[in-house]
Design a protein. Structure first.
Length: 144
């Protein structure tokens, strides 16, 4: 059976973009993926540095300076004066704190001897605290 339909023309390919346009599109994709990879790696690093502890321990002494600081990221910053012998020059332990409940506990025991439990987190920007020592809890020390 023969059809009376006119012969169909071969399909026409769409015009290809010039090589420079294809290269620019590829470069844009590469830069986008590179920027996302750098952003993801930075976020992963900050998460790991904030969640894994380099060291931890306790320090006892008298909180001599304690205030809330920061332009954007407000953190509690303080100094603990530790003296091994009465009359000796105290060693100062600078610490940071982000928990307001623990800050209230420290404020209640200003002027008396306290023990601070801390964790050290290295490699974080100052928005997380001015020092790498983060206080997790505070308890007053009973007088002898």
């Amino acid at each position: 059976m023969t059809s009376n339909a006119p012969d169909e023309a071969p399909p026409v390919e769409p015009p290809r973009r010039p090589l420079a346009a294809r290269a620019a599109r590829g470069l844009k994709r590469f830069l986008l993926f590179a920027a996302l990879a750098v952003l993801g790696a930075t976020a992963l690093y900050l998460w790991a540095a904030a969640n894994f502890t380099y060291s931890s321990g306790e320090r006892a002494g008298y909180v001599q300076k304690f205030s809330k600081k920061g332009w954007i990221c407000k953190t509690w910053e303080g100094e603990l004066a530790m003296a091994s012998l009465p009359g000796a020059m105290p060693e100062l332990f600078a610490f940071s704190l982000r928990d307001d409940a623990v800050a209230a506990e420290i404020n209640k025991s200003l002027g008396s001897r306290v023990t601070l439990q801390y964790e050290q987190h290295l490699g974080l920007p100052s928005c997380f605290g001015e020092t790498s020592y983060w206080v997790k809890s505070a308890r007053p020390v009973a007088s002898p």
